[in-house]
Design a protein around this ligand. Structure first.
Ligand SMILES: *Cc1c(COP(=O)(O)O)cnc(C)c1O
Length: 346
């Protein structure tokens, strides 16, 4: 099976498993796991923040960050189709009791004027009527925007506007390293103006468990308390952190291969009559396409592709394909051949 469903499909490589086996460990809840301490120190430095915390998942990073930045009843602003609003089971509402204000975007990114307009709308009634806007969450790359990279000047400008209007900015960096590799900017530069940020090790970086949340020392102390509250504090977590360190050493630069493969796949699809690339050619490792003009529903298309050995996921009437460590360039060509054959019969 060629697994184009998600970059979470990656399995630890033999070398990563060896790093896991060799990990020095201790009790992470007591700050005594040396491998976790190495990882958090390294990620804090990579992202240019004072401190960092190892967290079991990216979703938990968002849950913790939203709770740390807000009080119940305050407003979280985020792009309409962002993970924090669409894919976390309503966790921000459940745990933090925030109101949410969805923002329109072009493929995940928006201009400062969009933020200003939303804040003007929220604050249109004089206090004490309006709810209090508190936090802006951004996503880079943007998953449902098609793996798009925020233009850096736009990201910086949106952060400046948010800060000028009294908001904190939290960056969902599930695929931040994809953004860094695609843009040629350092991760530190990309998140220079955000207050808090995390990166996921279980996406393109290919580790089995873990995400690292970073911010000021004060924020991370509070995040540590909240991680305990939601049951995310771990024990001999160096087992997982060793895989993340290995990923930083060996799986960052190679993300460029995933981007090349996604582009190759998209170009191949584009040449098939009736297939439309929803967001144009990809900037990173995510391709959304729509087969309906060729007479296929997304669900039927995914089913037929699966029967030919290509696993794809239907999302909101479209198909999402994601390239990663466990998909080779040869498999991209095989997948395209399978789809062409299938459409010929369809
Ligand atoms: C995957 C993902 C998350 C959640 O990360 P998990 O580690 O799966 O919990 C959050 N945001 C974005 C943009 C993601 O793609």
């Amino acid at each position: 099976m060629i697994l184009l469903t998600s970059d979470t499909e990656t399995k630890p490589t033999a070398a990563m498993r060896a790093a896991i086996a060799a990990a020095e460990v201790g009790d992470e809840q007591k700050h005594e796991d040396p491998t976790v301490l190495r990882l958090t120190g390294r990620v804090a430095d990579l992202l240019g923040k004072e401190a960092a915390l190892f967290v079991p998942s990216g979703t938990m990073c968002n849950v913790i960050a939203v709770r740390a930045h807000t009080q119940h009843g305050e407003v979280l602003l985020a792009e309409r189709d962002s993970h924090v609003l669409r894919a976390e089971g309503g966790g921000a509402g459940m745990v933090s009791g925030v109101m949410t204000e969805p923002l329109e975007s072009e493929r995940g990114a928006f201009a400062p004027a969009t933020l200003d307009a939303a804040l003007d709308r929220i604050g249109a009634l004089p206090s004490p009527y309006g709810p209090r806007p508190r936090l802006l969450c951004l996503e880079n790359t943007h998953n449902f925007g098609g793996g798009t990279v925020w233009p850096q000047d736009r990201l910086d400008a949106v952060c400046e506007t948010a800060h000028a209007r009294g908001l904190k900015v939290h960056l969902d960096g599930a695929r931040l390293m994809n953004a860094a590799v695609a843009s040629g900017l350092s991760a530190r530069r990309i998140c220079e103006k955000v207050d808090t940020v995390w990166l996921d090790f279980t996406k393109g970086l290919g580790a089995p468990i873990g995400a690292v949340l970073a911010g000021s020392r004060e924020f991370i102390a509070e995040a540590r308390r909240l991680r305990q509250m939601v049951g995310g504090a771990m024990r001999q977590a160096g087992i997982a952190a060793a895989a993340c360190l290995h990923a930083l050493d060996h799986h960052v630069e190679r993300l460029a291969e995933d981007h090349d493969n996604a582009r190759r796949f998209a170009e191949g699809l584009q040449a098939i009559p009736g297939i439309r690339l929803v967001h144009g050619l990809p900037e990173t490792n995510i391709v959304f396409f729509d087969p309906r003009a060729a007479g296929w529903t997304a669900a039927d298309f995914a089913k037929a592709a699966a029967s030919r050995g290509v696993k794809l996921v239907p999302v909101a009437g479209m198909i999402r394909a994601v390239t990663h460590l466990d998909v080779s360039r040869a498999q991209i060509d095989e997948a395209l051949a399978a789809i062409r054959a299938m459409m010929g019969r369809g």
